[in-house]
Design a protein around this ligand. Structure first.
Ligand SMILES: Cc1ncc(C[n+]2csc(CCOP(=O)(O)OP(=O)(O)O)c2C)c(N)n1
Ligand SMILES: [Mg+2]
Length: 392
């Protein structure tokens, strides 16, 4: 549903489950009870114990923790630059990841080089972890290419706009991985809104029945454009997995350490042949859906403010400082690195050449196709007609 169709409605006040208060779910729990949220770092930056997931991050070094912090800061900086570039008319559109850095960096850093990632369109942090140059993410949003990178160079598939379809691609790919006898895993990213798509539910079922080594990583950022997640589901999303026959976990998606631990758990069990898992990363889209959206038309500021207090970057910084894992020099250097990244991104975007008119016909079929040849010829004739007009 688009923003236009909901604009007349009153903004809702919170993301609770008030309408079902007092009722009980099929599982027998009160519908308004808080589902268990895996958290290793509180918003205040305190490390809390978790018997089930601590072992996945036990050996993490101060250097690795600083690395996660650096990843999140640089990703946020890149994202802010891209938003500004859109406002300056350099990009046609941008889908910001602001607020979702921990979910993406934690899960992205859990992947192994030979794993394969199927993103949606907002996974700039995961792309960063996979080694995709951030400037490559911008070509499609500038309208100068149809993707921007070779998916097989980093095992990071192209951005997918058709909501939820990549869950099926990932599952099919994972079934192939299993048939090859490889021990790599696949991870599919999608949103809370996508969870309502048939494709995602079909993917869940195929993955379960074929025991495919795929992790479904749902970033529940509370909104699907202007539609709140109350409109997507009557049960917490992670509980859907149970009905398909695989485990589901809700993780604090603003906690990078917890996101890393839970994704490692899910990927490792997939690699061992134990099948799919669903991770619901509980997070918040701090910005607009895209630069074409105006969230003030459908949500209230106090909701955003409540999530600001749970900022993923701030909480890791508090932890690093309290544990003496990072000094002023580290933060100053990172600031300089962010500035340099911003400059590089701005310069790269402005220097992007316009595409060759005929590039659209490439990469449709591996070996070409007569229909595409025909269309190319028609397009060439159309282009040539302008040359005639100019000559008159
Ligand atoms: C099949 C399909 N239906 C509708 C759309 C229009 N659309 C684009 S983004 C979006 C909302 C997606 O929300 P969610 O899955 O929560 O992801 P988020 O944008 O919040 O990351 C919709 C409905 C689309 N791109 N594809
Ligand atoms: Mg969403």
């Amino acid at each position: 549903m688009t923003v236009e169709s909901t604009a007349a409605r009153k903004p809702r006040r919170s993301a609770g489950t008030k309408s079902t208060a007092g009722k009980r779910t099929a599982a027998g729990k009160p519908a308004n009870s808080e589902p268990e949220l895996v958290q290793l770092l509180t918003p205040e930056g305190k490390r809390v114990k978790n018997a089930a997931y601590d072992s996945y991050v036990d050996g993490i070094t101060p250097e690795e923790l600083r690395g996660l912090y650096r990843d999140m800061v640089l990703t946020r900086r890149f994202d802010a630059e891209a938003t500004s570039l859109q406002r300056q008319g350099e990009l046609g559109l941008w889908a910001s990841l602001l607020g979702q850095e921990a979910a993406q960096i934690g899960s992205g850093r859990a992947t192994r080089e030979d794993d394969y990632v199927f993103p949606t369109y907002r996974e700039h942090g995961v792309a960063w972890c996979r080694g995709v140059d951030p400037t490559n993410l911008l070509g499609m949003f500038r309208g100068v290419n149809n993707g921007g990178w070779d998916p097989n160079s980093n095992n990071f598939h192209l951005y997918t706009i058709v909501i939820g379809s990549q869950a099926l691609h990932a599952t099919g790919y994972a079934m192939g991985v299993a048939k090859d006898g490889a021990d790599s895993a696949v991870i599919a990213y999608f949103g809370d809104g996508a969870s309502s798509q048939g494709d995602v539910n079909e993917a869940f079922n195929f993955a379960a029945v074929y025991n495919a080594p795929v992790v479904f990583f749902c970033q529940n950022n509370q909104w699907a454009i202007s539609e709140s997640n109350e409109k997507q589901t009557r049960v917490p999303l992670y509980q859907r997995a149970q009905g398909f026959g695989f485990p589901g976990v809700r993780v604090d998606g603003n906690d990078v350490l917890a996101s890393l631990a839970v994704t490692r758990w899910a990927l490792e069990r997939a690699r061992r042949g134990e099948g799919p898992a669903l991770i619901e990363a509980w997070t918040y889209r701090m910005g607009a859906h895209t630069t074409s959206d105006d969230p003030s038309r459908y949500r209230v500021d106090e909701e955003r403010r409540a999530w600001e207090a749970k900022d993923p970057i701030l909480r890791l910084r508090r932890y690093l400082e309290a544990a003496n894992h990072a000094d002023e020099g580290f933060f100053a250097e990172l600031e300089a690195e962010s500035e340099a990244l911003g400059k590089r991104v701005r310069e790269a975007v402005r220097a992007m050449p316009d595409p060759d008119h005929f590039a659209i016909f490439e990469n449709v079929y591996a070996d070409g196709h007569t229909l595409v040849d025909e269309e190319r010829a028609q397009f060439a004739a159309y282009q040539a007609s302008f040359a005639d007009a100019e000559g008159v």
